[in-house]
Design a protein around this ligand. Structure first.
Ligand code: SAH
Length: 211
């Protein structure tokens, strides 16, 4: 079974490459992290499909192409402090652990945060901190961050996240409801530059600077 998963994983990496993902570190991380261990038993056979899958509590693990796009936009070199908003399954958290230095991940739904934390601990993933809370307010105690990745759509860019972005930092955040757009925001010389990357479809960011 493990060999089958490994073959499926290789195939997923190949599909990501064909879909335009070029960052070799990102592709390598997908080859390393067993996505099937982050989804419920009932959908495990679909773990390496290009699909979002249910993880309970009305939430989903995002499509692999979505994680790959966000991680590519983050341009990680290995020494970054990262904030992830919306831990969900913890899969992207594990990818980030391979691609950055310290990962702070915050999840609103406590049982999801607990499960992700247990899973990451069992898999001996290092350099990650998972807590339950409202990520629309960021994680002030651990700021500033070189990279902030938001996995749920906000009504507008949460000001707390912009404030917690380090000089040179990148913030990737989907904004909007029916008509969502993925934004890439860079802090340069104290200024914030905004770029619209593509259309997106995420679950809502629920919180103070969310819905
Ligand atoms: N990258 C994750 C995405 C999960 S979906 C994965 O692939 O597993 C987005 C997650 O954001 C959900 O788990 C949802 O509960 C969480 N979320 C929504 N609003 C939030 C908020 N204000 N703070 C933290 N997490 C939030």
């Amino acid at each position: 079974m493990t060999a089958q998963y490994r073959r499926d994983r290789r195939q997923l990496v190949e599909r990501l490459r064909q879909s335009g993902i070029q960052d070799l570190a990102v592709l390598h991380a997908f080859d390393e992290v067993p996505r099937h261990r982050f989804v419920p038993e009932a959908v495990r056979h679909r773990a390496y499909e290009i699909a979002a899958l249910p993880i309970g509590h009305e939430q989903t693990i995002s499509r692999p192409t979505v994680h790959a796009t966000h991680l590519s936009l983050a341009q990680l070199e290995g020494d970054e402090r990262v904030l992830e908003v919306g831990t969900g399954s913890g899969f992207q958290t594990a990818l980030l652990a391979l691609l950055a230095d310290e990962v702070y991940s915050i999840e609103r739904v406590d049982p999801l945060a607990e499960r992700a934390r247990d899973r990451l601990r069992q898999m001996e993933v290092e350099g990650v901190h998972v807590r339950t809370g409202d990520g629309s307010r960021g994680w002030p105690g651990a700021a500033p961050f070189d990279v902030i990745l938001v996995g749920a759509a906000a009504p507008s860019v949460p000001s707390a996240l912009e404030e917690q972005l380090a000089e040179g930092g990148r913030l990737v955040v989907p904004v909007g409801d029916d008509e969502q757009r993925l934004l890439l925001i860079r802090r340069r010389g104290g200024e914030l530059e905004r770029e619209e990357v593509e259309r997106s479809r995420f679950v809502p960011l629920v919180g103070e600077e969310g819905w």
